[in-house]
Design a protein around this ligand. Structure first.
Ligand code: GAR
Length: 221
């Protein structure tokens, strides 16, 4: 199924991109990736995209005099590829209002924290320092303010005794890979509606048991 035509913006490893590629490979997935663009020419994610036979290119922000010109090139490439929607998947450049307004309601981002907690960088280290018991990830519409915008979905994971940044990041990343395709599917199916700063979703219940940490006495697992 073709459906929503998605351009994915990345800067690095591309594991969330891979989750989206894998999801789009399913016959009934209502979106397709029409291009993958990285601002970092060496991004491993570009290799993943090419491996999947996708259009993939680098647009190096350092080649442009300013942010506006760089973003104009991004929009031009996205639109030339036929993208009508944008997924930021580990895209590490702050976007200007102009770009955000152009794609308003048509761009989502994944952030490695339960927003509005821990926006910005180093979210896992800050979650550990804060001593939160639940951490996670958020898919949200892109709004002018960084790591803000109506929340489409969230996934929570426990913070375990002995966690360090790497172990916590790995647990959150596994959740990201489940959450991102799920949110994109809901949007592509037309089941989400932005009402002021909230996203209303039709006909979808939360999955799994209530996550309470600590749970009943006993060893952590
Ligand atoms: C992911 O954890 C994503 O949530 C984060 O960068 C990582 C990219 O990994 N994004 C941000 O921090 C954006 N504020 P990936 O390249 O393997 O998908």
């Amino acid at each position: 199924m073709a459906g929503l035509k998605v351009g994915v913006l990345i800067s690095g490893r591309g594991s969330n991109l891979q989750a989206l590629i894998d999801a789009c490979a399913a016959a009934d997935f209502p979106a397709e990736i029409v291009t993958v663009i990285s601002n970092e020419p060496a991004a491993a994610g570009l290799g993943r995209a090419r491996q999947a036979g996708l259009d993939a290119r680098a647009i190096d922000h350092r080649d442009f005099a300013d942010r506006g010109r760089f973003e104009a090139a991004l929009t031009e490439a996205l639109e030339a590829a036929g993208a009508d929607f944008v997924c930021l998947a580990g895209f590490m450049r702050v976007l200007t209002d102009r770009f955000v307004r152009h794609w308003l309601g048509r761009a989502i981002n994944i952030h490695p924290a339960l927003l509005p907690s821990f926006p910005g960088t180093d979210s896992h280290a800050r979650a550990l320092t804060a001593g939160v018991k639940l951490h996670g990830c958020t898919v949200h519409y892109v709004w002018p303010e960084v790591d803000a915008g109506p929340i489409v979905g969230q996934a929570a994971v426990p913070v375990l005794t002995g966690d360090d940044e790497a172990s916590l990041a790995a647990r959150v990343l596994a959740a990201e890979h489940q959450l991102y395709p799920r949110c994109l599917r809901l949007i592509a199916e037309g089941r989400t509606r932005v009402v002021e700063n909230r996203v209303e979703i039709d006909g979808v219940a939360p999955s799994g048991p209530l996550l309470i940490h600590p749970g009943p006495a006993g060893p952590e697992s």
